[in-house]
Design a protein around this ligand. Sequence first.
Ligand code: AMP
Length: 280
Amino acid sequence: VINVVTTADVRAAVGAARSAGRRIGFVPTMGYLHEGHLALFDRAREHTDFLVASIFVNPLQFGPSEDLARYPRDLDRDSRLAEERSVDILFIPAAAEMYPDADARIRITPGAMGDVMCGAFRPGHFSGVLTVVGKLFNIVAPDVAVFGQKDYQQAALIRRMVHDLDFPVRIDVAPTVREADGLALSSRNTYLDESARRQAASIYSGLQAARTAFGAGERGPAQLCDIVRTRLDTQPDIRVQYIELVDSGTLQPPVIANVGNVLAVAAFVGATRLIDNVIL
Ligand code: AMP
């Protein structure tokens, strides 16, 4: 892996690879890499033969009371893991590299799909995400970019952005990688103490219980959401932010639950906000 910190160096490296006939894969991350990220690297490698990953904790997508300053970071370890999973270029820009102009004001805004689910509780978050991902797509110019299903709304918005704004990139969404007890891997899991960690597993077991009920014929969106809520309400340190059933493309609530709908949860486990989802 070659670590690079400037957009000019990324463009030069990718340009050389492309001239040599290589297809470019790209996986953007915020670092503190775990097996979920590494699975995205492997997935990108299936379709491409030159892999760029980025690590950038994007200030634009954090709210004023969120965890930007204490977001976990370990660049040495990340760099080692990227090396082991044969990442070719690891792009680690400083904030000043991505946002050199203090008065930069253009943003990509998500519209109605950014106002539901996480967007309802994190104003400006998805505008920050789309703006940085749009910039990264323009810097890296990948053929294929891979995102995780765990951040379902993010992946849906990026698909929509690429479609609506004609970005010449194929978006691939990879399944969520989980711990043995079902908890979705997340860099933020490092915030959990032992008791919170144990309780956090009920997010996925609740989602699974609802999916089982759907399989047995339950079609009421509210009933399915209540199955998850009941599970989470028994955990003393979990506070549900939302449980929603949505259409996989539009993110709007269906009248009746259908195959392919997404059942999504955001919950605070102690002070740590976690998200997860399953597809019915
Ligand atoms: P992050 O570093 O959390 O911004 O995540 C970077 C990318 O990794 C995003 O596309 C996430 O959806 C994806 N990702 C995060 N956690 C997981 C996971 N447990 N399984 C699969 N992909 C994940």
